[in-house]
Design a protein around this ligand. Sequence first.
Ligand SMILES: *Cc1c(COP(=O)(O)O)cnc(C)c1O
Length: 481
Amino acid sequence: MSILLSNGKEIPIEMHKIRIVQRVRLAPAAERLQAMEKAGYNTFMLRSRDIFLDMLTDSGTNAMTDLQQAAMMQADDAYAGSESFYRLTDAVEDVFGYKYVLPVHQGRAAEHLLAKTFIKPGQVVPMNYHFTTTRAHFELVGGTVLELYADEALNTQSSHPFKGNIDLARLKECIDKYGAEKISFVRMEATTNLLGGQPYSMENLKAIKAMIEPLGIFLLIDGSLISENAYLIKQREAGYADKSIKEIIREMMEIADILYLSARKSCSVRGGMIATNRKDLHDAIRPWLPVYEGFFTYGGMSSREIEAMAVGMREMTELEVAGSAADAIKYFVNRCVEEGIPVVTPPGGLACHVDARRMIPHVPQSQYPAGAMSAAIYIAAGIRTMERGSVSMDRDREGNDVPSDLELCRLAVPRRIFTMSHYEYAVDRLKWIKANADLIGGLVFFEEPPVLRFFAGLMKPLGGWGQKLAAKFAQDFGPNC
Ligand SMILES: *Cc1c(COP(=O)(O)O)cnc(C)c1O
């Protein structure tokens, strides 16, 4: 939620009070440099104790509500037929209107089952944009990911309200080129993660469905960030201002054929699921669930998380919850723009994304500018961010680096974790980094895993720039900052 102050300014306002807190520590710059060196300039390799503000991700890091915690106490740990599962299916039916539910341990497990069931070698999967784990699973079974976004999606200085839309002309071209039998399904990702948390519109969803339904192609939604997409539709799309978040989500689900999600995001727990009303799709996936995840009524999740997921799923349809991250992000992004920090606009529903190409234009893409930016932000501020650029792209089948469309450094906004002073601190340190951008150089891998290399790859700063940046920081702010 946002609230208007008497001076005409809008600020994000928390519609909750904080009853449990976790201490954090701001290690001095010299210590942060050491930690970054030890982590191979990869923020995934840092230890939590060395981090002041953890903006790596919103995945599994949201604050739960008292009601979610309370629900965990009534967990029914039966291996089969657990009551907890039936409370989850009630919530799914209520929120999404879908009656078949396949629980999985997290989002990528859903992607694994969907890929295994529906993608045949040589087929293509059109989508608005890939997610890292989605691409990995779809390609591992021999499929090809086709990203059919509009050109505007890659413009990081935009005011387009729905950069997560599929370009309909490109979808038509794709169908004409490959034919329906070579298309596994069409995937639409809510609040498109790697495009900077950008939403699709309901209009776009309807048009996609109208095009593919007569051809027998089904529409799959990745709803990991669905409540934020619904919130942004309510704010930005004509005709939706007076609809509730639940009505908007229900309308999406009436258009789609099948949904999967990582419950670690909008639902604020750790888990995932696939849901649908189409018996044929459900029946095709179902046999594989106990093979890879667990029995049909727990799917690899703990009963406690299943209970908390049922509550979190209903809660995400409340306006204050659906908008809690989006309105903080709006503030965070707009403050960065005011201070001249190059970030992705318009504000989306996931994070504040620094555009590394504009922040450190002298670092070539082959030296991973977004990775360098991510390391620099940790050294200068103790803030952990995530590289969302070429490090996050694996090499192609010939072993060549694949340059990413965008070189973004993501400052994720987990739900109900940070306050305005945290955002103001981040803005201030980003401003300092921009003023000292010439000190930052590129990175080179010295250890590189063959798949999802961004998780565990180790890098070195070219020319030892990390040391120079830390020294300049200590000079400007003193040794204890
Ligand atoms: C996080 C995420 C996934 C993967 O889910 P995990 O729970 O991390 O396995 C898939 N799609 C999107 C859009 C996500 O944000």
